[in-house]
Design a protein around this ligand. Structure first.
Ligand code: NI
Ligand code: MN
Length: 242
């Protein structure tokens, strides 16, 4: 059997995606499993976590970051400078802070932090009362493996026309895009994102977890079809490997 030409993906539900690189390393994007109503219980435990990537500070994206980083000791924990500072104060090591537009090597894949139009307040519950502290800016990631495969995890974002620049600079063929509406783009915006990004394949994420995230895959399929673009919608259920 020839070696896999691209990483494989395990979907945990909501925005949490596990990436198995061609070299066999495991990278967890937006670590939220135990509090994640979409995540099957059998996925709470990991064999290893070699790296963690965090798109922004909201709890539905990094709710388990501290616990998982302490338990599995990943070689790199990638997030904004501000999130990394907070994680360090909570005893997490191996932090690899970065900012929008920058790239760094993470276990043999090139990770570029890209723009997201969203907020990133960090709800700090240390001490007596909870308060929001600055989590830096929200982001997405473009992740390019040495085999020449690049994918994009958008995090939480609205549609923005500079997604065309992401297409031009990084050429992702696969995207994980939020479609749930209310806090992010909905099906219509996400369909236009597929067009701007020139994606061959898209996995819809960040919908249905809570009743308020009303965007559906059916509506997204309609919007993609209405644009007449050649982009395959890949619907993953939590627990699916792709
Ligand atoms: Ni968010
Ligand atoms: Mn979110």
């Amino acid at each position: 059997m020839p070696p896999a030409a691209r990483p494989s993906f395990l979907y945990y539900g909501h925005s949490t995606v596990g990436v198995r690189s061609v070299g066999g390393r495991f990278i967890l994007i937006d670590p939220w499993v135990q509090g994640n109503p979409m995540c099957p219980e059998k996925l709470y435990d990991f064999a290893t976590i070699d790296a963690i990537l965090i798109t922004h500070a909201h709890m539905d994206h990094m709710g388990d970051a501290v616990a998982l980083a302490k338990r599995y000791r990943p070689e790199k924990v990638v997030a904004s400078f501000e999130i990394c500072g907070w994680l360090e104060s909570r005893g997490v090591g191996n932090l690899a802070p970065m900012g929008l537009g920058g790239a760094q090597d993470v276990l043999g894949v090139e990770v570029t932090m890209v723009r997201a139009d969203h907020s990133s307040g960090l709800l700090d519950e240390t001490g007596q009362s909870a308060r929001f502290i600055d989590g830096g800016v929200a982001s997405g990631y473009c992740i390019a493996s040495p085999e020449g495969f690049c994918f994009y995890h958008a995090g939480d974002t609205a549609l923005f026309s500079d997604m065309r620049l992401i297409a031009e600079l990084y050429r992702p063929s696969l995207g994980f895009l939020p479609i749930g509406d209310l806090f992010t783009m909905g099906p219509r915006g996400a369909a236009h994102a597929c067009k701007f990004l020139e994606l061959a394949q898209v996995v819809p994420i960040h919908f249905g977890t809570f009743p308020v995230l009303t965007g559906t895959v059916a509506a997204f399929l309609e919007e993609v079809a209405a644009l007449g673009i050649d982009c395959e919608v890949v619907e993953l259920a939590p627990g699916d490997v792709f």
